[in-house]
Design a protein around this ligand. Structure first.
Ligand code: SF4
Ligand code: FES
Length: 255
């Protein structure tokens, strides 16, 4: 829900940028702390600016209130994919989510993404996610000798898989998928997106192999087309469409 910035407490302004008070409700899990394996919510009241993102609020907590708060981030600009988290119950990148676009009249909840083991606070173990990614062979496969010139591809051939080249491996899609939540064995949308990127690349020669890998009982056929993945993707990739194209290629062998 989007809210205009209504002052919830004493407000000031810095230059042209208004400030407001917001409560960040963060899910904490500190296995080595006094509460052991019990996770709990921690509220932080913060004064933030209209241009701040959820990532800025997390930084403010860590740098000014509680240095033990743990989360991943690197680029802070929607490129590295390291700060996917559940914000108000929806998977998003903290660095791309403006506080003013959320309902700041209520506490904003921040939790780790679902379906992957939580290591500490907002940090999850990404290894199961990357294991599926590695399985689909996310690299160009060709036979023969090294070419003496670049491998030519027409703009039309490139356009076929353009959308799936945009993936930043943030796991927002896979960790929003109910099928993945049930047992974590399903390859998940991100692996299929990255398989699509090579299956439909006219220069690649391992499409059949990748389709066989995804024809597994934990492969594409487990997708129930709930569209959670497409809604969660911060890159706007049409994931459900890509999965449907992979399913079709599996049946028709046209790629
Ligand atoms: S497809 Fe989108 S949501 Fe999924 S890992 Fe790639 S960028 Fe993230
Ligand atoms: S910190 Fe890199 S995508 Fe958000």
């Amino acid at each position: 829900m989007t809210a205009t910035i209504e002052q919830t407490g004493p407000a000031t302004s810095v230059g042209e940028v208004p400030t407001f008070e917001v409560t960040l409700r963060v899910r904490r899990f500190l296995p080595e702390g006094p509460r052991g394996d019990e996770s709990y919510w921690d509220d932080h009241v913060l004064t933030m600016h209209g241009t701040d993102r959820v990532l800025d609020a997390l930084h403010k907590i860590k740098w000014e209130q509680d240095g033990s708060l743990t989360f991943r981030r690197s680029c802070a600009h929607g490129i590295c994919g390291s700060d996917a988290m559940r914000i108000n119950g929806r998977n998003r990148l903290a660095c791309k989510t403006l506080l003013k676009d959320l309902d700041i009249r209520k506490p904003i909840t921040v939790e780790p993404i679902k379906g992957l083991p939580v290591i500490k606070d907002l940090v999850v173990d990404m290894e199961p996610f990357f294991a599926s990614y590695r399985e689909i062979m996310p690299f160009l496969v060709t036979s023969g000798n090294q070419p003496s010139a670049e491998r030519i591809q027409s703009p039309e051939q490139r356009a076929v898989y353009d959308d799936t080249t945009k993936c930043i491996l943030c796991a927002a899609c896979t960790s929003s998928c109910p099928v993945f939540w049930t047992d974590g064995q399903y390859f998940g949308p991100a692996a299929i997106v990255n398989a699509h990127r090579f299956i439909f690349d006219s220069r690649d020669e391992a499409a059949t192999q990748r389709l066989e890998i995804l024809n597994d009982k934990e492969g594409v056929w487990r997708c129930r087309t709930t569209f959670n993945c497409t809604e969660a993707c911060p890159r706007g990739i049409e994931i459900t469409k890509a999965i449907a194209e992979v399913k079709r290629a599996m049946i028709t062998r046209a790629f």
